[in-house]
Write a protein that binds this ligand. Structure first.
Ligand SMILES: CC(C)(COP(=O)(O)OP(=O)(O)OC[C@H]1O[C@@H](n2cnc3c(N)ncnc32)[C@H](O)[C@@H]1OP(=O)(O)O)[C@@H](O)C(=O)NCCC(=O)NCCS
Length: 330
């Protein structure tokens, strides 16, 4: 990029000398506050969240910002969130790209590009794959990112015949006991490659996000005092989205009971569609098939696309099969 660019301040333009700008990670409370204020301006729908970060009531998981500064003014930001994914018997470290933001008055001058190139140099240096969610794939395609379809499907609401003896406990908030139950089922069931590992800190953020949301609901499927499976859904405009479903694959009863809860939750809000964001190996697909409930690729919903990139733009190898839990968007 040219060293000098015009920076618009309202209707006035001022020249900005990019050779005098630097990319650094804000450390002091004042610098972080200014960054959160800038992010609240760029992402108005997440204003409450960033205000929560400012007043200390919210925190971020593994989030490392790289901010372009002109003096003490943040001109743009890209953050990196590190994750571990299950890969065979080991783990694959993966970088998530988040909070890509340039305030409107500074756009179109290559700031996001400069920050992405800076961050990708670090990610390539560590030979790591990276992933992101975006509604603007054009911003990332020139940097080697490719869209990977998340395979979201939709099914009409239709309950199945359910066995006796199972109960469903519905929850809209999680306390520490509920969280421990979910954590145990999540780590014990459905061990597919690419599954996101959630450490204690990640679960802490997970519960905090759930407890601040009015759109998320859980069901525990219980029998004789033990919880055999759980599922999570999000209430969306014309449908519900099932984005976690942890039940023993061989248990038709538990899968059925949790499916019926999803149908009940949809019916209560007069919704006729259930969208499913679940990995291809999930046992629910088979059950739906056996019950004659045809799952079709999702339509009528605008979701952010998921993009992936191998280090040094190498071929994608295993990345096209990666399914990121929509409940774990970062
Ligand atoms: C997206 C955003 C970060 C771009 O910032 P920017 O500093 O203006 O971007 P740059 O000038 O560095 O442009 C980077 C690339 O994105 C492209 N781009 C930028 N804005 C674009 C837009 N609105 N639509 C399509 N492409 C766009 C540029 O053409 C450029 O492509 P190139 O590198 O192949 O030439 C900024 O518009 C923004 O903050 N938007 C609101 C928040 C947002 O949507 N963030 C992304 C969430 S994933």
């Amino acid at each position: 990029m040219n060293a000098w660019r015009l920076l618009s301040k309202g209707k006035n333009f001022m020249a900005i000398d990019f050779s005098k700008c630097e990319i650094r990670t804000p450390e002091s409370p004042l610098e972080l506050k200014r960054l959160y204020q800038m992010l609240a301006e760029v992402f108005p729908v997440e204003k409450d969240f960033f205000e929560g970060l400012i007043d200390g009531s919210r925190t971020l998981y593994n989030w490392r910002p790289y901010t372009l500064y002109h003096g003490d003014e943040p001109l743009g930001n890209v953050s990196v969130v590190m994750f571990q994914l299950k890969s065979g018997t080991g783990l694959q470290e993966t970088a998530g790209i988040a909070s890509v933001a340039t305030p409107e008055r500074h756009r179109g001058m290559g700031i996001a590009r400069q920050l992405m190139e800076h961050v990708l140099k670090k990610i390539d240096g560590r030979n790591l794959p990276s992933v992101l969610f975006t509604s603007m794939p054009r911003v990332y395609s020139g940097l080697g990112y490719q869209v990977v379809d998340q395979g979201v499907m939709q099914v009409s609401v239709k309950p199945m015949v359910q066995a006796d003896g199972l109960t469903i406990l519905r929850l809209t908030r999680l306390d520490s006991g509920d969280l421990a139950t979910i954590e145990k089922l999540y780590s014990g069931l459905l061990p597919y490659d690419g599954k996101l590992l959630r450490d204690q800190e990640c679960w802490h953020h997970y519960a905090s996000a759930v407890n601040n949301s009015s759109k998320t609901e859980f069901a525990f499927c219980r029998q004789n005092g033990s919880t055999l499976g759980y599922a999570r859904l999000e209430h969306e405009a014309d449908r519900i989205l099932l984005d976690e479903f942890y039940a023993p694959a061989a248990s038709r009863e538990v899968n059925t009971a949790l499916w019926n809860w999803a149908c009940e939750a949809a019916g209560e809000k007069s919704k006729k569609i259930i969208s499913l964001a679940l990995p291809p190996a999930h046992g629910l697909w088979n059950l739906l098939n056996l019950e004659g409930l045809a799952a079709k690729p999702e339509t009528g919903m605008e979701r952010e696309v998921f993009m992936v990139r191998m280090p040094m733009r190498k071929p994608l190898e295993w990345l096209p099969g990666l399914r990121w839990p929509l409940s774990g968007k970062f």
